[in-house]
Design a protein around this ligand. Structure first.
Ligand SMILES: Cc1cc2nc3c(=O)[nH]c(=O)nc-3n(C[C@H](O)[C@H](O)[C@H](O)COP(=O)(O)OP(=O)(O)OC[C@H]3O[C@@H](n4cnc5c(N)ncnc54)[C@H](O)[C@@H]3O)c2cc1C
Length: 393
């Protein structure tokens, strides 16, 4: 029998950020991360675009990004271990949201008020002003655009390893293994059983299983509305030069950002049901690029009529099927030592620092000290009061 004060199930960016903040705090005792695949090949984290933005409608999401931005800016310095830096390579290129209907424009205006009140430096512009700033973009169908110049993107795999190595240097331990069942006794998860036959006991258990978080919660008999949702991404090169662009997202949920001498992007499909899918580079998702993503790309940036698609990959949003916003905190009314942070959709990289800190406060201080994330807890699911993002997500 192995024993830890806190066991974290899942060691990708959410689990490793939590391990880092817990280990850094000094009060957590023995912190152990149990990770099924230490290569993270199928984890969502390495598949992401690494974007960090303040363009949200909910103050909690804005505040979490506002913690994440400076945190990732000094990440290399702060996470260095023995002189080795992670190399998150922060690109301060900004974010641009594009609305193509009057209703989305109205939401964009309302959201810009919330963002401005929260201290974000956002700028609304009409199609003509947008095109003047970014001449490769088409303004034909644009009703309004919102530019957030302080945002950008990072190399999220470097952030994952940075958290992981720093957490280890501060005393956290990583165990390779898959948790397959849990023993719940009265108000607590008592034991975790691994596929290998090993057993772990812990005072506190954190479910950071990403798209597997629903499966992990079910091991304790707890039902959470979190499921895997397939999301494909594409890398292409353009035949013609394109000026420096921000990370663009429009109300077709298309996203585009520069990557080296090419671009990455995608647009979620709503035909796909929740579940895992590992065939992103053939069949449905390859066709989906031709039929849906490419026309959207060319509509937003006409030079993308002439591109060469070079790579298709994908991952799985940890999707909150209830209201598509993250769920953090205790997930059972009766089990007192089981926490979860999941359901991030496309926001888990930018919010990982705030989530790691929030879990640490919740567990070690008994409540949020920095950003109050109460409204993002399971209570809203139990009360049937959704708290979704509004407008472009
Ligand atoms: C195409 C795409 C683009 C994205 N772009 C962005 C972006 O621009 N910005 C942004 O902020 N976010 C983005 N995201 C979302 C982001 O990638 C995720 O929200 C984030 O990576 C979630 O991290 P996680 O650690 O919670 O989950 P994951 O990275 O999925 O990790 C979960 C871990 O749990 C482990 N695990 C699961 N079950 C068990 C078990 N039973 N026992 C032990 N271990 C277990 C898994 O092996 C895995 O390593 C994007 C996602 C996709 C797919």
């Amino acid at each position: 029998m192995n024993r830890a004060d806190i066991v974290i199930i899942g060691g990708a960016i959410t689990g490793s950020a939590a391990a880092y903040f817990l280990a850094r705090d000094g009060r957590a005792g023995r912190v152990v991360v149990i990770e099924a695949d230490s290569t993270y090949e199928r984890a969502t984290t390495p598949q992401a675009a690494g974007g960090i933005r303040q363009l949200f409608s909910r103050t909690e999401n804005i505040a979490m990004s506002q913690f994440g931005l400076p945190f990732y800016q000094s990440f290399d310095e702060d996470m260095a271990v023995d002189g080795e830096t992670p190399g998150v390579n922060f690109r301060f290129k900004g974010y641009l949201f594009v609305a193509t209907s009057d209703s989305e424009a109205e939401l964009m205006r309302a959201n810009a008020d919330v963002q401005t009140a929260a201290g974000a430096n956002v700028e609304l512009m009409d199609g003509a002003a947008m095109q003047e700033r970014f001449p490769s973009m088409s303004a034909d169908d644009v009703t309004l655009a919102c530019y957030s110049g302080d945002d950008g993107w990072i190399e999220q795999t470097a952030a994952l390893w940075g958290f992981c190595k720093k957490a280890v240097s501060l005393g956290a331990e990583y165990v390779q293994g898959r948790v397959v069942s849990m023993d719940v006794d009265g108000p607590a998860v008592r034991r975790l059983h691994l596929e290998s036959g090993d057993i772990w006991e812990a005072d506190v258990v954190i479910n950071a299983g990403g798209p597997w978080a629903g499966e992990v919660a079910a091991m304790a008999g707890v039902d959470v509305p979190v499921a895997p949702m397939s999301r494909a991404a594409y890398f292409w090169r353009c035949a013609e030069p394109v000026e420096d662009l921000p990370l663009i997202k429009d109300d077709h949920k298309l996203f585009i950002r520069a990557e080296g001498d090419g671009f990455i992007g995608g647009a979620p499909t709503f035909d796909i049901k929740p579940g895992f899918n590992w065939d992103f580079d053939r069949g449905y998702f390859a066709d989906y690029f031709e039929t849906t993503v490419w026309p959207l790309l060319a509509q937003r940036v006409p030079k993308f009529e002439r591109i060469k698609l070079e790579r298709t990959w994908g991952g799985h949003y940890s999707e909150n099927l209830f209201d598509a916003n993250m769920i953090i905190g205790r997930i059972s009314k009766s089990i007192e030592n089981l926490y979860m942070a999941a359901g991030f959709s496309g926001h888990g990289i930018m919010h990982a620092p705030a989530v790691g800190r929030a879990l640490t406060e919740l567990i070690l201080d008994g409540g949020y000290q920095s950003i109050d994330l109460t409204r993002l807890g399971m209570q809203r699911v139990w009360d049937d009061t959704p708290y979704p993002e509004i407008g472009i997500k």
